[in-house]
Ligand binder design. Structure first.
Ligand code: AMP
Ligand code: GLY
Length: 437
């Protein structure tokens, strides 16, 4: 076919390896670049040495290479306005513009939109003055949640069990400026109970294509203990998102938001991620993200049979006509292998062993995050070393959660790098509650 597309994937995590891997399956696609990419993306794309937040250099590259579609992984370039800049030069990008990227970039913007379109979420107050915030928590019921307004690398949310803890959180964010200007304002909100899950939709501003539900595991240790991480594993679908919850999320969250924004003449284009707290089949929105989740993507995209590149192109052109995506009905489960010390400090450069043995296993995929090639070469038996906190995502597709768990953990046994650690209980929550098999 003529006019095949060149695609640029922006980012360097497991999510971006998975996106590039899925996009590479499309007959519409000729070549994929990844900026800056990782060891894994070098297997399906050409890595380009440009950082994800260097929007001007990305633009220069995309113009020079005549990129047909740019797919943005992380939130930072979206908040910096990569979509507006690329569009102004006639380049297509999958993602929301700078203003709507604030749905993730500013928790206050996001809450105000939720309030406006009556989207179910925790009750909240906004403060730009720490004394007023201290005063408020004195008479508030505990626990309570304190959130920095702006981006804080996933660390700007503190759940305070007492008035003292709440004051310390306000102090850390607003006075000590732990997250810089992101803490100029805070949200103080009601602490919700329930089980968390992620629901994502792809939209061109009018039409909505829901993705399979998923569940992340943010804490570093088994049993949801220890500090928060970027995500230690995920599975899809999430049994907590039953048919009722799924329908309520579409009807009460996504439809009013997407239609409301479109009616105001600011259509949201791209993928929209709702982090939900679910109790008694009622979903409440904890946060919106304006991008795919990591590691949720690694547990969702292997289930997708449809052509992702085609869907993304349609979104970027505002002509999403497909009404349904085609899904593999099996369960997909991803376990993240991390460097010793993560989410604290860790060493890099550890040799990764066992990847070629795992590659031949049926229905097992390995997505790289913090890896790089040991030596730059074109040898198909590339060797990799660790280069980040989250190193690999090992993924399996199977008929049940139990089977997916067994397959992933057998594959994990084959992989090794010094001081590797991972959670041994990814999938247990789904098993306890409602695995139907
Ligand atoms: P956020 O970045 O707003 O999603 O917050 C990060 C994490 O903090 C969430 O995944 C929840 O585990 C927790 N969290 C945020 N808001 C609340 C809330 N209102 N009630 C309980 N937990 C929350
Ligand atoms: N896994 C959580 C996120 O991508 O925000």
């Amino acid at each position: 076919m003529d006019n095949k597309l060149k695609i640029l994937v922006v980012g360097s995590g497991g999510r971006e390896h998975c996106l590039a891997w899925k996009i590479a399956q499309s007959p519409l696609v000729d070549k994929i670049y990844c900026a800056p990419g990782n060891g894994g993306t070098s297997l399906v794309a050409e890595n380009i040495d440009i950082e994800a937040s260097d929007v001007d250099s990305l633009l220069e590259f995309a113009l020079k290479e005549r990129i047909g579609l740019t797919v943005v992984g992380p939130e930072a370039p979206l908040v910096l306005g990569i979509v507006d800049k690329f569009n102004s030069k006639g380049l297509k990008v999958f993602g929301p513009d700078k203003e709507l990227a604030l749905l993730e970039g500013s928790k206050i913007f996001s809450k105000k939109i939720m309030e406006k379109f009556r989207i179910p979420t925790a009750a909240f107050e906004i403060f730009d003055d720490c004394r007023a915030a201290y005063e408020y928590v004195k008479s508030a019921s505990m626990p309570i949640v304190i959130k920095a307004d702006g981006l804080a690398a996933g660390k700007g949310v503190i759940i305070a069990a007492s008035v003292d803890e709440a004051k310390q959180a306000i102090d850390l964010i607003m006075v000590k400026k732990k997250f810089g200007a992101s803490g100029d304002r805070v949200i103080i909100e009601e602490c919700l109970e329930g089980e968390e899950a992620s629901m994502l939709v792809i939209t061109d501003g009018k039409n909505i294509l829901p993705l399979a539900s998923s569940q992340d595991h943010k804490r570093v240790l088994d049993g949801d203990c220890g500090p928060n991480t970027g995500g230690m594993g995920a599975y899809s679908p999430a049994p907590i998102v039953n048919d009722i919850v799924y329908k309520r999320t579409i009807d009460k969250v996504f439809k009013p938001l997407i239609a409301g924004l479109n009616n105001e003449g600011r259509p949201y284009r791209g993928v929209l991620y709702a982090g939900l707290m679910i109790k008694d089949d009622e979903p409440l929105v904890l946060e919106f993200n304006v991008r795919f989740g990591d590691p949720e993507t690694q547990a969702v995209l292997p289930k997708l049979n449809s052509d992702l590149a085609e869907v993304m192109l349609a979104v970027s052109e505002g002509r999403l006509q497909t009404t349904e995506l085609d899904w593999d009905s099996r369960t997909c489960l991803c376990v993240v292998l991390a460097s010793g010390g993560y989410p604290g400090s860790y060493d890099k450069g550890k040799e990764i062993k066992g990847l070629s043995a795992v590659k031949v296993l049926e229905d097992i995929y390995v997505f790289h995050a913090g890896t790089k090639q040991k030596t730059k070469n074109t040898n198909p038996d590339k060797e990799f070393i660790t280069n980040g906190g989250r190193v690999l995502g090992v993924v399996s597709l199977a008929k049940s959660i139990k089977e997916a768990q067994n397959k992933v953990y057998s594959a994990v046994e084959i992989i090794h790098f010094e001081n590797m650690h991972y959670r041994k209980d990814i999938g247990d929550k789904a098993l306890i509650t409602r695995d139907s098999d």
